[in-house]
Design a protein around this ligand. Sequence first.
Ligand code: PLP
Length: 438
Amino acid sequence: MEMAETGIPVRVILDEKEMPEAWYNICADLPVPLPPPLHPATKEPCGPEDLAPLFPMALIEQEVSAERFIEIPEEVKAVYRLFRPTPLQRAYRLEKALDTPARIFYKNEGLSPAGSHKPNTAIAQAYFNKVEGVKRLTTETGAGQWGSALALGCKLFGLELDVFMVKVSYHQKPYRRTLMETWGANVYASPTEMTEAGRAVLKDDPESPGSLGIAISEAVEVAMKREDTKYSLGSVLNHVCLHQTVIGLEAKKQMEKIGEYPDVIIGCVGGGSNFSGILFPFMADKFAGKKLKAIAVEPVSCPTLTRGKYEYDFGDQAETTPLIKMYTLGHNFIPSPIHAGGLRYHGDAPILSLLVKEGYIEAVAYPQTEVFDAGVKFAQAEGFVVAPETAHAVKCVIDEAIKCRESGESKTILFNLSGHGLLDLAGYQEFLDGKLTD
Ligand SMILES: *Cc1c(COP(=O)(O)O)cnc(C)c1O
């Protein structure tokens, strides 16, 4: 019915052969230079040798690369094909429910095996570690999406994985642990007694709910101590944002196919990877003068971009990582245990932070009751139950669409459906029972 009315199908599908051959590296096009990471002790810019104990050389090269396109290896594409290209979908029913002239599109990254965008980088990272002879990875996870994505990647490339899972989420989201263990990972509730960083926190506060900053310290400590082990990060870093550009590159092709181009691109931001992924391939056009509004959405309980400071800070609580210039709430910040566990990091991707600082990207923050209300509206119109993280983006999309209704403008809005919410139903239940608070 919709297609007959508008000529635009509900889902715009790409063939496997149309999957991007290379990731897009926005660093080649940045209008202002990106401040480099600094060594935590010397405060000098980090060299590759500083990162080598933690990451394989291929990822370090990507981290500092100035090449515009970086080829996606055949082995990575072979795994991507399990779920990529993902559909670009027109939200006709949401438009109708909102009575808006806006045209709303979403890229559905919730269709990956782990249920989020995170496998796009997890698969790539597992592959690049594997080819350099690494046997085991360590990582942290909040709500468990990253841990499960990396568990999938490690299993498919034959690596072992130790996951330090933020304690509050470990108890709130027991099924993510099951998912990680199904894919063969070892999962520990952080802070643990296994590391110096964990023991130090527990000594001060035996009831600590944990935080991503603490869990990172634990994962880094284990990786530093073992020769065959490296560390993997699911967001923030340049190479992570790079891998996620497969989303935006596909979306761009899909929109071209139907003769559309977004006026507004919206995404939720935890560390910034899914939003960077959908946005950056379009950002190059904005640098070249094209009109495009980009809106990053975060929770009011962890308002890095809207209320944080743009300054050098540590990536972790124990001050072991390089200092990175980013919007930060301070590396000791422990946000309240909201349901969008993936949005509880104290900092943000340095590239994204720079673009917010320079005015290329706007940021907004919402409280979680409004976010869940938007998630329910979306589910009741479009069917998909989105992750609480994603519901932040949905809330902003609804607000923008309502503005269009009021102004009569028919804007094209694109957002990233970063993940499904089928393992986050406890949060939805609380909301439906009227028990959720801000
Ligand atoms: C992890 C996660 C996020 C937040 O992380 P980013 O790096 O900001 O993308 C958002 N949505 C989902 C579904 C996630 O799993």
